[in-house]
Design a protein around this ligand. Structure first.
Ligand code: PRX
Length: 654
């Protein structure tokens, strides 16, 4: 709570400088208010005009919003377009030789790719996919390192109307298998290995393991990108090298023109129950959200050098690497490595080297870099920077101030962008030439995004009261459904309890006297570990799948770098282990979770007990577990507990 309380007391305000304001795409509160006013008066007209202005349509739309099957909203439904055409082809007339991607490799070398070269690479790979029989609507899983070819693969799918499902390269074979099966993917695109922080990690071997039991019957081909010289075993008839696939393919590929509502991609994310949900995005509305936010929030200018440090395995890497920057014709850095290799000055060194103007990263990265080298930014020339951004979790004011002063030289606005996998693009964030910023607040909604904070009945709360963050009008980049699960989509995001029309984000928040939004945390059992979203239930299911484990409960505890750390309370089938035994089993379980889900889900802290604290009706008292996880004393009444004696056991970490 300490972080939240300090956020609540924050009262520093930073106005945009006159200079920034003068050149901004949206200038001053007059500019911001005028856009909001327009959206309020003619919501469809507002979005319709933007969609006409920013997107190149093959066939224009005649209807902006179709609410007839709410909450299954449709935007620009009879419009026809291709997002790869919008990202690449339309820039070729005047920007063919402009650098699209600066590939900053793990080893510190770099390589530039122009829009013309990107076009040819995407077309060749798109033709390669077609030669494998991939057709419009087919699903392609992309399990790749952070190399430009990952973007090429995504763009190639979009070009031929195939639906990509990118799986973060840090996920394990179990996670790959679940996602491949849920989407019934026809093709998997992977690499022999990834290279990060000087280390090679196998990817193809993980795919082999996911496919080994023959449960992924949908998969016909595995395309393997050769990132390193390491040989990998091939399955005859199934596996093919990327280079062999594109050899002899034409460097042109007519885009598959699709309806605006055609699914562009599926991206799995954690919820409070069940397996990860396949968040399904559209083509037209999604592209509009990406472009509008590039223009308004990132204040995109043609001579910018833009760098978003996310991985393409997450939504940030989709919208703010693979699509948004390309759609506006930007030059962007694609970074393969890690922020701490060869040392904690890596980001600052690369900003100097490439003269980055716009830098977008996560609070957890900022916190870890402060810890490892608060003075390092001063060793580099960061004067090219003009705008900074953060995403993924609330940023504590101390980290914010360091970012603002030491990295940004007190000159660069920080856009703290609140949004989600489901919203597709920034929802609440300052327009940097208009909205004054406050450390720790994502400030005001983007024009056209109708944010509210409501109570359990769906009624707006009074200013200063906390409540559920909702979005009360549909917006273009909202997810369209959960892949293969319309009922879960409706129940999760448009619950009847709130009237069925409000998009429930899953966060709690409050507003200050200026209407600024302060995110307080999730309202569900979702943890935010280093900006990554993890369902407690997913980790619990992974733990109980271990033959030693009878029962497990997972909660989060505050962590000064990761934001939250995973704490697992575990009950074994046999006796409660102690001493060296406990240490050994705890380590075994950590490795197990890393294997079942991925390293990011690995518990930091495992505690063993004879039982979990339960009420007499058998309900696990998670509230008590959260208190224990934080190392705090339980001061509330525990008389309703069936087994208060276990609390003492569960106090102690192994
Ligand atoms: O809790 C909010 C937090 O991250 C959640 C969304 O996670 P995910 O779908 O993985 O997308 C992360 C990248 C967009 C939200 O429900 N969150 C995201 N951005 C912020 C944030 N919390 C506070 N401030 C933010 N700027």
């Amino acid at each position: 709570m300490a972080a939240i309380e300090s956020v609540l007391k924050e009262n520093r305000v930073f106005e945009p400088s006159e200079d920034f304001k003068a050149h901004a795409n949206v200038s001053g509160m007059e500019g911001y208010n005028a856009l909001c006013e327009k959206a309020n008066q003619d919501y469809e007209g507002f979005w319709g005009e933007l969609a006409q202005e920013l997107i190149t349509w093959k066939k224009p739309f005649t209807q902006v919003l179709d609410e007839s099957r709410a909450p299954f909203y449709k935007w620009f439904a009879d419009g026809v377009l291709n997002i790869s055409y919008n990202s690449i082809d339309r820039h070729l007339a005047d920007k063919a030789n402009k650098t699209a991607i600066i590939y900053e490799k793990d080893d510190g070398s770099s390589e530039n790719i122009t829009y013309q070269q990107l076009y040819e690479r995407v077309c060749r790979f798109a033709n390669g996919l077609k030669s494998l029989g991939v057709q419009k609507g087919d699903r392609v899983v992309i399990y790749m390192p952070m190399v430009p070819d990952a973007v090429v693969a995504m763009q190639a799918c979009a070009r031929i109307g195939a639906i990509h499902s990118v799986v973060f390269g840090g996920f394990s074979s179990g996670a790959v298998k679940d996602r491949v099966q849920d989407a019934a993917a026809k093709v998997i695109v992977t690499a022999n290995e990834s290279v990060r922080g000087g280390k090679n990690t196998p990817l193809k071997a993980t795919v082999d393991e996911a496919l080994k039991d023959g449960d992924c019957t949908s998969v016909e081909k595995v395309v393997v990108f050769k990132r390193t010289a390491t040989e990998v075993p091939f399955t005859e008839g199934r596996d093919i090298w990327w280079d062999d696939l594109i050899a002899g393919q034409a460097a042109e590929c007519e885009p598959e023109w699709v309806d605006a509502e055609h699914p562009l991609f599926i991206l799995y994310t954690s919820g409070s129950t069940g397996k990860p949900k396949g968040v399904q995005h559209s083509t037209g509305g999604y592209l509009l959200g990406a472009m509008v936010s590039m223009k308004w929030v990132f204040d995109y200018k043609p001579d910018d050098v833009y760098w978003c440090t996310a991985d393409v395995g997450w939504i940030t890497g989709h919208t703010y690497i693979a699509y948004g920057p390309l759609a506006v014709g930007a030059t962007q850095v694609v970074f393969e490595g890690v922020p701490t290799y060869p040392d904690a000055g890596r980001f600052w060194q690369a900003i100097e080297k490439h003269k980055v103007t716009t830098f977008y990263t996560a609070p957890t990265a900022i916190r870890s870099l402060i810890k490892l080298g608060a003075d390092l930014p001063k060793q580099y020339d960061l004067s090219s920077l003009r705008l900074l951004g953060t995403v993924g979790e609330p940023i504590n004011p101390e980290a914010w101030m360091w970012y603002y002063e030491v990295v940004g030289g007190g000159r660069c606005p920080i856009v703290d962008t609140w949004w989600q996998t489901e919203t597709g693009s920034n929802m609440i964030a300052p327009l940097p030439g208009a909205v004054a910023i406050k450390p720790g607040s994502c400030t005001l909604p983007l024009p056209g995004i109708m944010v509210d904070i409501v109570d359990e009945s769906g009624a707006s709360v009074d200013q200063s009261n906390g409540g559920f963050l909702v979005i009360s009008r549909p917006f273009p980049s909202l997810l369209r459904t959960i892949w293969n699960d319309d009922a879960r989509f409706q129940a999760t995001y448009f619950p009847e309890e709130l009237g069925g029309k409000l998009y429930l984000a899953g966060d709690s928040a409050h507003r200050d006297e200026k209407g600024y939004v302060w995110i307080m945390g999730r309202i569900d059992d979702v943890l935010n570990v280093s900006g990554h979203r993890l369902g407690t239930m997913e980790i619990e299911s992974a733990l109980v799948a271990n033959p030693l484990v009878a029962e497990a409960a997972v909660v989060g505890k505050p962590h000064d770098v990761k934001g939250e750390a995973v704490v697992a309370f575990v009950i074994l089938k046999g006796d409660r282990p102690e001493g060296e035994d406990a240490k050994r089993i705890a380590q075994e379980l950590k490795t197990w979770v890393a294997h079942e889900i991925g390293k990011i889900a690995q518990p930091d802290d495992i505690r063993f007990g004879d039982n979990l604290p339960k009420t007499r009706s058998g309900k696990i008292m998670r509230r008590l577990l959260r208190t224990l996880a934080k190392g705090e004393e339980i001061t509330t009444d525990t008389s309703t507990l069936e087994n208060p004696q276990v609390l003492d056991q569960l106090k102690h970490s192994v």
